[in-house]
Write a protein that binds this ligand. Structure first.
Ligand SMILES: Nc1nc2c(ncn2[C@@H]2O[C@H](COP(=O)(O)OP(=O)(O)O)[C@@H](O)[C@H]2O)c(=O)[nH]1
Ligand SMILES: [Mg+2]
Length: 372
């Protein structure tokens, strides 16, 4: 089924993406800009590149176009000028808005939720996770299936409504519904039977990186693994190398895995697929919880991550909190307070390398502890 594929790259060309956000008054501007940053990170992970961003301030959502029609026309011009493939809206569009925008702008229109599902699909490793993600995608798609048939038959039939249109659409809808039923049944079976089976190879020590999107997980992974791959190539590192070996001069081989990042304001219907995708963490011997220390709300985000980890039965797993991006934090007292408050934490910059040695020492200590 289409839609399961990442919004990705063909022939090495990154998909060119334009971001659109609507806020109701300018006091929300700061937040919108932060969301742009988050989305940009997600777009990269999904194999795209953001070329333009459009922010509209407007007190009401337009029922037909979400943004104002004039703005939509402006976007159409940008799409033509920059050769944009995809316009990404920071919201959940209604089926009608999506269709109208597509007709007007003549580019692929997606919303934040489609992008998120795409990234979950990239990270889904277990059968359970794959089913959860596909279920979310199918349920999202079902009300959005439109076809010639339906629209024209509303206008009373006649020329152009004959032929396979409506029938095909009905068949497609039925097919999707049947698939949803089948997957839900399979999921129940899986949930009944599987306790996460961790096949531990004796001499391999598994570390998983967890944390919010943009916290710096990929950057840290590359720093630790001394890989020269650019972080910007996250499309490849996500698909083929979410797992890297690295060397710590211990008896054991250490493998480091990236996990799907936490996302702010995750829509409730995506929570199940997020959690099942994150469950690869339950297979690890140690978690590195990476936190972007340069942004406000550090402790709140830590709490949410910790809560979710206990929901997927990781609460007893050894972990290190990595306070990352300290090169951006000017107030040393803030850092020292954090370090003090959280046991097993290190202050670090994945970019400058500060703190990396200390992290390695911590990891070695934990490996020694566990092995003894
Ligand atoms: N200044 C600074 N930027 C960082 C640091 N670590 C990561 N970043 C930047 O933060 C952004 C998100 O990093 P990334 O590793 O892709 O985050 P991920 O989503 O958790 O994998 C990128 O633009 C990185 O260059 C750091 O220690 N200092
Ligand atoms: Mg990443």
């Amino acid at each position: 089924m289409r839609g399961k594929q990442p919004i990705s790259v063909e022939e090495n060309k990154r998909e060119r993406v334009l971001l659109v956000s609507l806020i109701h008054d300018s006091s929300k501007r700061h937040r919108a800009l932060y969301r742009f940053e988050e989305l940009e990170g997600l777009v990269k992970t999904a194999g795209g590149e953001v070329f333009e961003k459009v922010l509209q301030i407007k007190d009401k959502v337009d029922p037909s176009y979400y943004i104002g029609k004039g703005k939509a026309e402006e976007i159409k011009r940008l799409v033509e000028a920059y050769g944009i493939d995809t316009v990404l809206f920071d919201t959940e569009l209604t089926p009608a808005q999506q269709k109208n925008l597509e007709d007007l702008i003549k580019a692929k229109i997606i919303d934040r939720n489609v992008l998120i599902m795409d990234i979950f699909a990239l990270h889904a490793r277990t059968r359970e996770a794959k089913i959860q993600v596909e279920l979310a995608q199918l349920k999202y798609r079902l009300p959005r299936l439109t076809g010639f048939g339906i629209e024209l038959s509303r206008l009373g039939g006649g020329i152009g409504t004959r032929g396979p249109g409506e029938k095909k659409l009905e068949v497609e809808k039925r097919r999707i519904k049947e698939r949803i039923q089948r997957l839900e049944k399979e999921l129940k079976e899986i949930e009944k039977h599987i306790k996460v089976q961790s096949k531990r190879r004796k001499n391999v020590f598994k570390i998983a990186l967890v944390g919010y999107t943009n916290a710096g997980k990929s950057t840290l992974m590359n720093t630790l693994a001394r890989e020269n791959l650019k972080v910007a190539d996250s499309y490849f590192s996500t698909l083929d190398a979410t797992t890297r070996k690295f060397f710590l001069d211990t008896q054991k081989e250490v493998v480091l895995s990236d996990t799907v990042g936490f996302i702010e304001d995750l829509p409730p219907y995506l929570v199940a697929s997020f959690r099942s995708t994150l469950k690869v963490a339950t297979d690890a011997d140690l978690l590195l919880h990476v936190v972007d220390t340069s942004r406000p709300g550090v402790e709140e985000r830590i709490r949410i991550v910790e809560k979710t980890l206990s929901d997927i039965e990781c609460e007893d797993k050894p972990r290190i909190i990595v306070f990352n991006k300290i090169d951006l934090v000017l107030e040393e007292t803030v850092l020292l307070r954090l370090k003090d408050r959280y046991q097993n934490s290190v202050l670090l910059s994945a970019v400058t390398g500060e703190g990396v040695e200390e992290l390695k020492t911590e990891i070695r200590d934990i490996i020694a502890d566990i092995s003894s």
